[in-house]
Design a protein around this ligand. Structure first.
Ligand SMILES: [Zn+2]
Length: 289
């Protein structure tokens, strides 16, 4: 390791410690507001995406479509999931992310829905911001163009099961099928297998953690629930996000599953406000050891 590398590593470690401390102080209200079971956890080893992230149109992780891999000579490397490293089995989902400074993550569940998702993507593009979409397989299969657009624009697509069931009521083999089919459709349309999953209704069980890890995915929950699915009004959604804003916070919203026009309008309002307040809206990065 060179001296520069060592210094970089030391300074980022110090920053991470500071960030966590600030997150604990500033994020306490937000965590309370989430109202979900689970512990405060950080995505360890994750690096903030900062200014190194290129502008929309040239995303850092732009994926080759799976069809492109099939055109590669078979003597070369296989598709990325073939070389994927082991994912540890967790006992609870991650609720927050770590990162330098005022980092926040926006997540949109249950889609994609052609009525709402394109508007959300438009707003994210307008502010040059990347977000996470936890898609359901049955929605993704009919809207593969939207997954391709998410890939092109640098967003992260996670697995939210095929049909949005309560996993705690399913057999292990049904849970596996719900997750696996969704991984497959994501790979086809987005170009990469998902690295993250989220249980519908935030209802996790041991099988979900084990099968998710087997499929190479980390469980990510959320810190702040906008409750947008209750259609509380655009202003209420904006208020929930702004009240809950703190370093490391993961915000839950929905781009499908009902009338999501309030969610679409709210994003147009809170996103520029978060940016003006100095928040860096980004996506977490997995680090394999
Ligand atoms: Zn959901």
């Amino acid at each position: 390791m060179t001296k520069d590398q060592l210094l970089t590593r030391l300074s980022s470690t110090a920053a991470a410690v500071l960030t966590r401390r600030r997150a604990l102080l500033a994020g306490a209200a937000a965590v309370g507001a989430a109202g979900t079971a689970g512990v405060l956890a950080a995505v360890t080893g994750e690096k903030p995406v900062g200014p190194a992230l290129p502008a929309a149109g040239a995303p850092a992780h732009r994926a080759l479509k799976s069809s492109a891999y099939r055109l590669q000579p078979l003597t070369g490397y296989g598709p990325p999931h073939a070389t994927r490293r082991k994912t540890l089995v967790r006992h609870e989902p991650l609720l927050k992310v770590s990162g330098r400074g005022r980092t926040m993550v926006l997540t949109f569940d249950d889609g994609p829905d052609p009525r709402y998702t394109p508007h959300i993507l438009d707003t994210l593009a307008e502010y040059d911001v990347r977000a996470m979409f936890f898609v359901c397989g049955e929605m993704a299969v009919d809207n593969q163009d939207l997954l391709a657009r998410m890939s092109d624009e640098g967003h992260v697509v996670g697995n939210h099961t095929w049909s949005h069931p309560l996993l705690t009521r399913l057999t292990r083999s049904r849970i596996r099928s719900e997750m696996e089919r969704t991984c497959d459709v994501i790979e086809d349309a987005y170009g990469e297998r998902p690295e993250w999953f989220r249980a519908p209704y935030g209802a996790w069980n041991r099988a979900a953690f084990q099968l998710g890890a087997e499929l190479g995915m980390e469980p990510l929950a959320w810190t702040v629930d906008t409750l947008d699915w209750t259609t509380p009004g655009t202003r209420r959604i904006v208020g929930t996000v702004e009240h809950g804003a703190a370093p490391g916070v993961v915000v839950l919203s929905h781009d499908a599953g009902g009338d999501r026009s309030q969610s679409v309008r709210a994003l147009r309002d809170y996103l520029p406000q978060l940016i003006d307040s100095g928040y860096h809206i980004t996506v977490p990065r997995r680090q394999y050891v």
